[in-house]
Ligand binder design. Sequence first.
Ligand code: GLP
Length: 261
Amino acid sequence: MEVIILPTAAEASEIAARLVARQIREKPASVLGLATGGTPCKLYELLARMHHSNGLDFSRVTSFNLDEYVGIDPTHPASYHRFMDENFFSKVNIPREKIHIPDGLTKDVPAHCAAYEQAIRDAGGIDLQILGLGSDGHLGFNEPGSSLVSRTRIKTLTARTRSDNERFFTGGMEVPHHTITMGLGTIMESRICLLLAFGEGKARAVAASVEGPVTASVPGSLLQFHPRAKLLLDAEAASLLTRTEYYQWVYKNKPAWQIDL
Ligand code: GLP
């Protein structure tokens, strides 16, 4: 696990954008795993700017989103289809047919989930997976207690996650109870995991994920088993870590050959 702490979320998002851009420049046909939520918004904005100003080309990129709510229409303002369209897909040139998001309206959830897994395999696997972190330590919508080898499937949200996400649901609509999410096993097969976590509300989940034991009770802790997991944190999200000085020294003193940002 590489823990990178920047003073602000904006600076951490800059580093994340440079990493994603580098991935695409090195492998134009990259397969990206994408996350929703407030955390990656700045990253998507920066990537869109790189597309418009610096010619960052997404035309050969394939994408797979982590998750979607069950039972809401893709046009619903709080759906992850809509979120991705508004924050990213409408601003870059990923071809529509290369964009994949679980279908929350599918009539056959198990078949849809199996097809989603197959589509990831057919694309050659995910090169770089962008991740946020739930305040309860969830990845995607893999809530605490999720099987560490789980695949794409239906999950039931905890009360805490439903309340965290209430801010995206206006007009009296309740946060759905169910979602379709890539599993922890699916996420762990990504070649690189890039987790972003910002704000003091994530500090406990970050500390448990980075310095606590690996446990299904904190899905983020599974990244300790990932060979190439990078965590980009702002100072608030990093505030409960105990090895902060060490992480900062490591980052500042990386040998030139090891720098990949
Ligand atoms: C959401 C998403 C996750 C996201 C997390 C954090 O519910 N399913 O993929 O990483 O919770 O959200 P936010 O970035 O808004 O804090």
